[in-house]
Design a protein around this ligand. Structure first.
Ligand code: NAD
Length: 295
């Protein structure tokens, strides 16, 4: 059993902290939101009065925060000063690659070991302990982080050096966004050409157009396995979060001079979808906007 400081108990952090408790760890939790903290206590965590108190005497620290700004503030304002140098530091938030690398460099300058470990999988996977972690950091840091991450996920993969976890996450989601939009427009065209959606699914899922967005997460209601499309695009992965990840991907692409025209177009389309009220809907709901758009 380890003593863990857990900061950020929102939609994702709540279930993740509960799984660390279930694995037998002593979890000292902190969140700026009193409601989030109260829920963590219901799940067996011990409430800390501050981030500094949560990480004091910790063997391990986990953060699950909204963005790079919050991660910088929490590590620079509390974790670096108050966590023991021997604690393994794991940031599971999705943030920009540059901030992840800066914070990890500062950690290692202080003799601490830190990894970036963003996740794939949503709130249900966080609760069920079936997240996929993509980890950036040293071999030693990865091995130390692994048992804690395994208590919260079904797969823990070492992506490379510091920042590589964030790079893998945004590249994966840029591909997912582009493939979802392509799936949506393809089904809309197929329908306009007189093809029955189920018939087209049966063909394309066995042909070279096959992709995860179609066969595991079909944006057309009633076609393929159960997906948010069957619940009017409620639940699932919010379009606002997809837009956040696409913006991170575009910033990262700019920083290394990469040409990503489809990623850029996906960002534009998801920004429009969010503006039109789709931010809280599952990202596959963009099919409605595409279907309503005239050429
Ligand atoms: P959330 O907004 O529900 O939770 C973030 C929590 O951090 C909030 O409870 C907030 O009060 C707390 N917080 C913010 N600043 C703080 C500070 N300085 N000190 C203490 N607590 C602070 O967000 P979420 O949906 O849980 O997402 C967390 C991260 O996981 C994000 O980076 C997101 O992109 C990523 N992510 C989310 C999903 C998802 O489906 N929700 C999926 C994959 C990855």
């Amino acid at each position: 059993m380890a003593r863990i400081g857990f900061i950020g108990l929102g939609h994702m952090g709540s279930g993740m902290a509960a799984n660390l408790v279930r694995a037998g760890h002593e979890v000292h939790a902190f969140d700026l939101s009193e409601a989030a903290l109260a829920k963590a206590v219901d799940n067996g965590c011990l409430a800390a009065k501050s981030a500094a108190q949560a990480v004091k005497s910790a063997d391990a620290v986990v953060t699950m925060l909204p963005a790079g700004k919050h991660v910088g503030e929490v590590y620079r304002g509390s974790v670096f000063e108050r966590a023991p140098a021997a604690a393994i530091l794991m940031d599971c938030s999705t943030i920009d690659v540059a901030t992840a690398r800066e914070v990890e460099a500062e950690a290692s300058g202080r003799g601490a070991t830190m990894v970036d470990a963003p996740v794939s999988g949503g709130i249900a996977a966080a609760e069920a302990g079936t997240l996929t972690f993509m980890v950036g950091g040293s071999d030693g840091g990865f091995e130390r982080a692994r048992p804690f991450l395994e208590a919260m996920g079904k797969a823990v993969i070492h992506a490379g050096a510091a920042g590589a976890g964030q790079a893998a996450k945004i590249c994966n989601n840029m591909l997912l966004a582009a493939s979802m939009i392509a799936t949506c427009e393809t089904f809309l065209l197929a329908q306009k050409l007189g093809l029955d959606p189920q018939t087209f699914y049966d063909i394309a899922s066995k042909a070279s157009g096959q992709c995860w967005s179609m066969t595991s997460y079909c944006p057309v209601p009633g076609v393929g396995p159960d997906s948010p499309a069957d619940r009017d695009y409620e639940g699932g992965f919010a379009a606002a979060l997809m837009l956040k990840d696409l913006r991170l991907a575009m910033d990262a692409a700019d920083s290394v001079d990469a040409y990503t025209p489809l990623g850029a177009h996906a960002e534009e389309l998801y920004a429009r979808f969010a503006e039109l009220g789709g931010a809280g809907k599952d990202f596959s709901g963009i099919i409605k906007m595409l279907g309503a758009s005239a050429t």
